[in-house]
Ligand binder design. Structure first.
Ligand SMILES: Cc1cc2nc3c(=O)[nH]c(=O)nc-3n(C[C@H](O)[C@H](O)[C@H](O)COP(=O)(O)OP(=O)(O)OC[C@H]3O[C@@H](n4cnc5c(N)ncnc54)[C@H](O)[C@@H]3O)c2cc1C
Length: 651
């Protein structure tokens, strides 16, 4: 599939001063009043706020985010409603998003939304493809903006919608937004009785909605428009999948095994939803093993074909940046958004990297190509090649990151977080509808409805992962004291990385040694790290006294496809028993072990992945809209390896 390129909208106005799209030759809202139209057509048309009153969860899907007036009107109505639902999800599709700067200037025209606009614009994502989840109002309101074409994006949504705002440009200007296929895709997301509203009453739209199972009627329109459309999902046929299939837990209690980045971010995301959690960690403190490295790089992944790994890491990286900013206990000294320079290995790779970025069309805030001289200025050091510059990327210290996630988890109200340090889970036992985590003496450490394995490689000790062969990959880093070379002003990476000096040390890493189980630092890896440093920063190693280097060893947990294992654990015994029936199965049909989930194999990307992965799993457990596309959810499903084997008759 060709990578998606997002072209931001350009602000323009028609003769009445109403925001106008040159691409679609249509206005963004009624000339009479944008906010008035939002309230009359979309809120009243969906009988809101009444329909969300006293509900636990309510989901609105909007086709065409535009300037965001419908969102801000909904946000305000929800904020002011004393009977509002506990959690509001607003999911919006937008092919041509405005940039943050343009949104700020457009919003100045709607002073009634001043405060929501400030908050929204501060969090507004860069214009890169995919889903972007933002949290507001202490996490009770989630906005998920999906940048991409509706026909590709809507089938990727995993959610159940209670209300639809059909606010694309007019059907004759933007027919792609109103096709029968798209309306059918919306019908597949609709909860029984879901409602819709649209300013358009075009015949083709009504017909497409009727075919998709919506009963529509015309009502008085807004401003100069005589009529608008409202509808209710009431198909004449039985609904095959009334709600999206999740593993929603009946009781909000979980045991999380492991307190590295994976376990602590799960604690934070689940406690934000009022869960009772027991986090069990065999060491006396969090972030002791893979997450115990002194520092790591938090950066996007870019590939020519915008691979699954790139898409997942992009979403994770952008979410992690916001997440870290909201961690009150994360000391400023524990991370630095100094930017990351990813250098080419040689001239041929340089030109491929330049070409890749020009094809992907990323905004400058996300990624740029910098030729050698420019790159050297950024690094403050002579370099051999140019490469990609990620201005918003950073280095981060995983241990303070993990600790601050636990502190944030503890700070959420209505939650109980029990930390069991120095306890090792030797086995799991299912008792009725609950799980027990047992120690070496068979004593229960904790009991809960759900267990989440966030214990990296050792997940395979607690459940049968079958063909998901996890690799334990040794890594050694070196700390160079009082660097006798100009330490770079940003992270410089390529084959390895060197970080700007912090606390008097420059960190250089990391070796990648599958099959080496030695936990003691070794000279060969030290020499390899110095060779990395010499390649990244030419001439930097001449005066380094190897005897003064400090080294640290850790182990990464890596799946065969280098993606994480995230979600419900497959029941391999049941799958083997029904192997022939399952030979043509899809992931949702794979049997699962009730209440057992995984969040591991974070490879070399734990800092970028952990927060979004945890948000994804929390949504899965709560039945909330997924923050990831369906295809990404499938790509990280722990059952994917078993499914592959089933298809080949070899499980
Ligand atoms: C040398 C090196 C350099 C790296 N550099 C980077 C980098 O620059 N950028 C980047 O993004 N990533 C980097 N990584 C990867 C990153 O550190 C990992 O992806 C991340 O730390 C994994 O976190 P985790 O929570 O999944 O695993 P871990 O941190 O290993 O946590 C698992 C926890 O589970 C506990 N546990 C296991 N079994 C049990 C049990 N039965 N009972 C109780 N507790 C148990 C363990 O004690 C451990 O604390 C690097 C890794 C290494 C080793």
């Amino acid at each position: 599939m060709m990578p998606v390129v997002i072209r931001p909208a350009a602000p323009a106005f028609d003769s009445s001063g109403t925001p106008f799209s040159q691409e679609f030759a249509d206005v963004y809202h009624s000339a009479a009043s944008g906010p008035g139209q939002s309230r009359h057509v979309f809120l009243c048309g969906n009988d809101l706020p009444a329909r969300w009153a006293r509900k636990r969860l309510f989901t609105v899907v909007e086709m065409g985010f535009g300037i965001g007036l419908n969102f801000m009107a909904t946000w305000r109505a929800w904020r002011e409603d004393r009977e509002r639902c506990d959690r509001l999800h607003y999911v919006a599709i937008e092919k041509h998003p405005f940039t943050r700067r343009d949104l700020v200037s457009l919003h100045a025209r709607y002073p009634e939304f001043a405060s929501t606009s400030t908050t929204l614009c501060a969090a507004w994502p860069v214009a890169v493809p995919g889903m972007h989840r933002l949290h507001f109002d202490r996490g009770q309101l989630a906005l998920t903006v999906c940048f991409g074409d509706a026909k590709d994006t809507v089938p990727e949504l995993v959610l159940t919608a209670e209300a639809f705002y059909l606010d694309g440009f007019a059907p004759d200007r933007n027919p792609d937004m109103w096709t029968p296929a798209l309306m059918k895709a919306l019908g597949r997301l609709a909860a029984p009785g879901a409602t819709l509203a649209s300013y358009s009453t075009a015949r083709a739209v009504r017909d497409a909605l009727a075919d998709a199972g919506f009963a529509t009627e015309r009502r008085a329109g807004f401003g100069p428009k005589r009529e608008m459309l409202v509808g209710r999902f009431a198909p004449r046929w039985p609904i095959r999948q009334p709600v999206h299939h999740t593993h929603a837990a009946s009781e909000k209690s979980a045991i999380v095994v492991g307190a590295g980045l994976a376990g602590t971010s799960l604690a934070e995301r689940l406690c934000a939803r009022g869960w009772r959690l027991d986090v069990v960690e065999r060491h006396p403190a969090p972030a002791w093993e893979g997450s115990g490295m002194i520092a790591g790089v938090l950066q996007p992944h870019v590939s020519r074909d915008d691979s699954i790994l790139s898409r997942f890491t992009r979403a994770g990286f952008l979410y992690a940046r916001e997440h870290c900013m909201n961690l009150a206990a994360l000391p400023s000294s524990a991370s630095n958004r100094c930017g990351v320079l990813q250098l080419a290995g040689d001239a041929a790779q340089e030109s491929r990297m330049a070409e890749t970025l020009s094809q992907l069309g990323y905004p400058q805030e996300y990624a740029q190509y910098r030729a050698r001289a420019d790159a050297a200025l950024l690094a403050g050091h002579v370099l051999d090649t140019g490469g990609w510059w990620f201005p918003a990327a950073s280095w981060i210290q995983p241990a303070p990151f993990a600790r601050s996630q636990l502190a944030a988890a503890q700070s959420h109200s209505g939650t109980t977080l029990s930390l069991h340090f120095g306890r090792e889970v030797e086995s799991l036992r299912r008792r009725g509808e609950r799980w027990q985590a047992l120690d070496g003496n068979g004593q229960a450490i904790a009991e809960a409805a759900v267990v989440i394995l966030a214990n990296a490689q050792d997940a395979s000790q607690l459940t049968d992962l079958g063909p998901a062969c996890l690799q334990r990959v040794r890594g050694q880093i070196a700390e160079v004291p009082a660097p006798p070379f100009p330490a770079p002003q940003c992270v410089v990476c390529g084959n390895g990385y060197v970080l700007p000096a912090s606390d008097g040390y420059a960190v250089v890493g990391a070796s990648y040694e599958p099959g080496n189980a030695d936990s003691a630092p070794g000279d060969a890896a030290t020499a390899a790290n110095l060779a990395r440093l010499a390649r990244l920063l030419p001439g930097s190693t001449a005066c380094i006294d190897q005897a003064l280097l400090r080294s640290q060893v850790g182990f990464r947990c890596v799946a065969p496809d280098r993606l994480p294992l995230l979600g419900a654990i497959a029941d391999l015994a049941a799958a083997r028993m029904h192997a022939s029936e399952l030979s043509g199965a899809h992931l949702p049909e794979l049997p699962r072990i009730p209440g057992l989930f995984g969040a591991f194999a974070y490879a070399s990307r734990g800092p970028a992945w952990c927060a979004l992965a945890s948000e994804w799993l929390a949504c899965e457990l709560e039945g909330e809209p997924s923050p990831l596309e369906r295809s990404l959810g499938y790509a990280v499903d722990p059952g994917r390896f078993a499914l592959h084997r089933l298809r080949h008759g070899a499980l």
